[in-house]
Structures are given as C-alpha cells and as structure tokens.
Design a protein. Structure first.
Length: 303
C-alpha cells in the first residue's frame, strides 16, 4: 500500500527523531567515558557518573555496558591498568606506578581477580573447576604451539613436539576444567589470537596485546605483570627484576616465577637472563629462548 506525501513526511520525521535520539544517547555515553578517562584516579561512583549522563544509575549501567561491553567501574579499572602499564614502561617503580595510576594500594592491583592479572588463592587452587577452557594448536617457527583460553582471556600458551603432550600439560594445569578443542567457527577470537601470535613469532609482527587470565600466587602474578613492561629487544637479569618489583632479595623466587609461567611469549619471561648474561632457564628449551631473543634484536635493529 502506498503512503500519501503527508504520511511519507511523518515517517521520515520519525526516522529522523529516532536517529537523533540514538545520536544523543551515544554522545551521553561517550561523555561519560571521557569523564572516566579524565578522572580515573578519583573515586567515581555510579551515581556521580549518572549525573554526567543525565540518566538514572541503573539506566546508565545498562546502556554503558551495552555500548562498551563493560560496566563503568570495569572501564575505569581498565583505564587505570593502562596507565599502570605505561608508567612501568616509562621506568617508574612499581609502587610509584600503582599510586600514580589511581589504584591507591598494592592489593588493589594484585589482589583482585576481576582485573585479569591474577585470582584469589581459593580459585587458583580449584584447578579450573566449573570452567570451560577452549584450546587449539598451530605450527609456528618455534614448533607446535598450543593456546588455550577461558572467558577471561588466554590462560595457556606452550610449545611442544606433539598435540597429545600439550593437551596433557593443559589438563595437568587445569585438572578440573572442561577442555574443548576449538574449531575456528566456534571460537573466532581464539583463532584470531593464535594467528596474531604466530605472526609475531614467525613473521616478526608486533607482540599482540591480548587479554590474559593469569593464575598463580600473588608474588608470581606480580612478577608476570612486571614482565609485560619489558620492551622488545631489552633484557633484564633475575636480580634486576627482583629490584624493580621492590623485592631485591627474592632473586630465586623471581627465577621460579619465570619458570612457572604457563603463558609463553605473551608474558615475555624469555627476556630475563642470568646475572652473567647467560640464558638461564626456559620452560620450553633454551633454543626457543635464544630464537626469540635473536628475532627481537633483529626487529629492533630494523626499526
């Protein structure tokens, strides 16, 4: 049935009103995100953010999560974590970086599971109970690589000679989890993450900044988090890492934490050497450690 000119005009006005309303909604949410970025080091409440958006707290929570995929609080945490990582990369001491980024205390960074840089000891000891872990294998320049991920991020990247042994290692790390081999169509993120990491290993592309699900003791997570700040082409000794995390006497514990890292390359424990410049140890063999360091040196030289 055809519409009259008047009906067409009314219909177009309705479309315009709808588009304008959507534009205004997006603008409000962007304004809130920008406010969080500018005041990330402050104690922001949902009520105060709702005033910025001229919305009720519950409506802001719902719309913000729909638009950004996370709550306003999680968004603020992510901004703080980004600043924390950048402060470490810029050479700040760990404690200085923590307070400069707005966390307020060491426990706020290393003691909360929802920051994706560790988990409570009780959950760590649970062996993955109640979780589904998706995994896939891929041949790289370092040999067969297996990556596995929870809904929080990558929890396992290891290298080996055959898939069966790698699945066995994954099962030993998470004995109570449900392990699922992943066809790409069912886990496109994992497939894309593996491709990105393979390009880094085999073709010299930048190391991908992927979400990580780190699981360990508070000290181990502290070491692993610091390792993420070591720039490509740089190396540190175990004692230097211990000093940088304000634990100068914990050299052996640092070496142990590096040895227990189960997320190879993405957490670059290969960039930590012995004090005399020797390679030290490496969970996946010294040849792989040497190959990674040489590839990174070449990449930095080309730049």
């Amino acid at each position: 049935m055809s519409r009259s000119p008047e009906q067409d005009s009314d219909w177009m006005t309705g479309v315009g009103d709808s588009a304008a309303g959507e534009s205004a909604r997006v603008a409000r949410l962007v304004r809130v995100a920008q406010h969080i970025e500018m005041h990330a080091d402050e104690a922001l409440t949902l009520s105060s953010l709702a005033k910025v958006a001229a919305l009720s707290p519950s409506r802001l929570q719902k719309q913000f999560k729909a638009a950004f995929g996370v709550s306003p609080k999680a968004y603020q945490d992510a901004v703080r974590m980004r600043r924390f990582k950048q402060s470490l990369k810029d050479g700040s001491k760990v404690t200085d970086a923590i307070f400069a980024s707005g966390f307020g205390s060491v426990s706020r960074v290393y003691g909360e599971a929802n920051r994706s840089i560790g988990m409570p000891p009780r959950a760590y000891r649970a062996g993955g109970a109640g979780e589904v872990i998706v995994y896939a294998g891929r041949t790289t320049a370092l040999g067969l690589m297996m990556m596995a991920a929870t809904e929080r991020g990558v929890c396992f990247v290891e290298f080996g000679d055959d898939e069966a042994s790698l699945v066995g290692r994954l099962r030993s790390e998470f004995p109570k989890a449900e392990l699922t081999a992943s066809p790409a169509r069912n886990a496109p993120e994992l497939d894309a993450w593996m491709e990105a990491l393979d390009q880094h290993i085999s073709a010299g592309a930048p190391r991908p900044d992927l979400p990580l699900d780190m699981r360990g003791t508070a000290f181990q997570v502290k070491v692993w988090q610091f390792l993420l700040s070591i720039r490509e082409g740089d190396v540190l000794s175990y004692s230097e890492v211990a000093a940088r995390i304000d634990k100068p006497r914990a050299v052996r514990a640092v070496a142990s934490a590096c040895g227990k890292n189960r997320i190879g390359v993405l957490i670059p424990c290969h960039r930590v050497l012995r004090g005399d410049g020797g390679l030290g140890g490496y969970r996946w063999g010294l040849e792989r450690k040497r190959a990674l360091l040489e590839a990174e040196r070449r990449s930095v030289t080309r730049e």
